[in-house]
Write a protein of this length. Structure first.
Length: 452
């Protein structure tokens, strides 16, 4: 075996050290020293036996570059395709991150089982039997799908050479281990080295690789930030584990937009694609209840009708409580202050609870007006009409501000049978012949007149 050379480098100032230590002598930073490869053995690449084809890149004039569309591999999953921008690009590395138990392994196994191409699913976390049991649970089987339990990259590449799969799934990058680095799996240097080997393999053979990545407590992908720079696409799978909805978002995409989003529902038999989420998110109630309002929001490029529930009650203890689920608590306080100051509602001595149903978190400011409407409705104990919805932002002086892509929201509300949508007077709307009534409002006092 030829020689492998590694050394320890400080990630913040670059100083080389003879051994690992907690603090860098040069810049005094803690925990920045990482083992790195400086010389690999001759046959270090993912390919060990076959001769390597070395391609040398040459510069091309920009107008000579062939722009005919990259062929993409269809994943046979409309939501996954949409988020990727139309399918998997050959030779690309896609990283899927998400909390434990959210359904990352289920999603990729389900996709692997749907593909008509030869797929290798490598798991470092579960045994072949466990994976087979999961596959039975999602009622799927496919003779093109191979399962391998292995964590050593050199062994994985040996199997890949033999099998020559069209697509490789790795569950997860944190369990992989390369012989060339001493440190344990999941350490920064291991993740970096294993990813480098996988990138080399993907680019040289044009085989796409899908990687699963763990996330840390604060929601970032575990491992070095540089991992996210190395891969082509970073997807995030999110949702509340106690709710059935799961949202797939692209945080980075070299081959498409990051505005698209995929929605799934976790069922007993795996993940189901949800193509019309609004219908599922709005509970169909017969009686009208106070404190409920519906917002026409946009998640990425997709319109989504979301139900907002508020409960306003007299505070029993000295300090009123304010709590928000799925909505920014600071923004709730701001909206309450605006209602108090600009519209004269005495909410200072009331408890206010706010909940976005379906376990979804909304950042879209267009939800403000529905939040205000739900609070007013609960405060007066006066139900809103069932078939009205809201799409506008509320400003600090109580003005109702326009939101982007309002026409798309109006059309979605119309499609779902709403009779009236409240939007800002300052939105430019050029829609004609809509069945839905577009109610323009400019101040929250106006809204209060309409609904209570
Ligand atoms: P999993 O894919 O193992 O999560 P991750 O790889 O992100 O850690 O998903 C685990 C959860 O999904 C588990 O708590 C059970 C649930 N689940 C279902 O509800 N239905 C199913 O068909 C499957 C396979 C899992
Ligand atoms: Mg898993």
């Amino acid at each position: 075996m030829s020689k492998i050379k590694t050394a320890f480098f400080c990630q913040s100032c670059g100083t080389q050290h003879a051994k690992w230590q907690g603090q860098c002598n040069a810049c005094k930073a803690w925990n920045t020293i990482v083992e790195e490869l400086i010389q690999k053995p001759e046959k270090s690449d993912w390919k060990s036996s076959t001769a390597q084809v070395k391609r040398v890149a040459v510069p091309l004039r920009i107008n000579e570059i062939d722009t005919s569309k990259e062929p993409r591999l269809d994943t046979f999953d409309a939501e996954f395709n949409r988020v990727l921008g139309g399918g998997i690009v050959p030779g690309s590395l896609t990283l899927l991150g998400g909390e434990p138990g959210i359904g990352k392994s289920t999603l990729l196994l389900q996709i692997a089982l749907k593909l008509p191409y030869k797929t290798l699913y490598v798991s470092g976390e579960e045994s072949q039997k466990q994976i087979k049991m999961r596959a039975e649970r999602i009622h799927s089987s496919n003779t093109n799908c191979y399962i391998l339990t292995e964590t050593k990259t050199q062994h994985i590449f040996r199997q890949i050479e033999e099998l020559e799969p069209d697509i490789v799934v790795i569950d997860s990058i944190q369990t992989l281990h390369s012989d060339y680095i001493e440190s344990s799996s999941g350490s920064i240097s291991q993740i970096k080295e294993c990813t480098t080997e996988l990138i080399k393999f993907a680019k040289e053979t044009a085989t796409p690789v899908l990687l699963i990545g763990h996330i840390t407590k604060d929601g970032n992908i575990a491992g070095p930030k540089i991992l996210e720079h190395m891969v082509d696409t970073v997807l995030q799978f999110e949702g509340d584990r106690n709710h059935v909805f799961r949202i797939l978002r692209a945080h980075k995409n070299r081959f498409g937009s990051t505005n698209e989003l995929g929605i799934y529902e976790m069922q007993g038999s795996g993940l189901r694609e949800v193509s019309n989420p609004s219908e599922l998110l709005i509970s169909k109630k017969d009686e009208e209840l106070s404190g409920n309002a519906i917002a026409a929001t946009l998640e990425g490029m997709r319109p989504l009708m979301i139900e907002v529930q508020a409960l306003v009650s007299t505070a029993v203890y000295g300090t009123p409580q304010r709590s928000a689920t799925g909505f920014n608590a600071k923004r709730l306080n701001m909206l309450l202050a605006v209602l108090e100051k600009r519209a004269g509602f005495r909410l200072g001595a009331k408890d206010v609870f706010l909940n976005i149903t379906g376990g979804i978190t909304v950042d879209d400011p267009a939800i403000d007006l529905a939040v205000v409407a739900a609070i007013l409705s609960s405060n007066e104990d006066e139900p809103l009409q069932k078939d009205i919805c809201f799409a506008a932002e509320v400003g600090l002086s109580g003005e109702i501000r326009p939101v982007q892509r309002v026409e798309q929201r109006i059309l979605e509300a119309e499609k779902l049978g709403f009779s009236t949508i409240f939007v800002s007077k300052y939105n430019k709307i050029s829609l004609k012949n809509t069945k839905i009534k577009i109610q323009l409002v400019s101040k929250i006092e106006d809204l209060a007149d309409f609904i209570v």
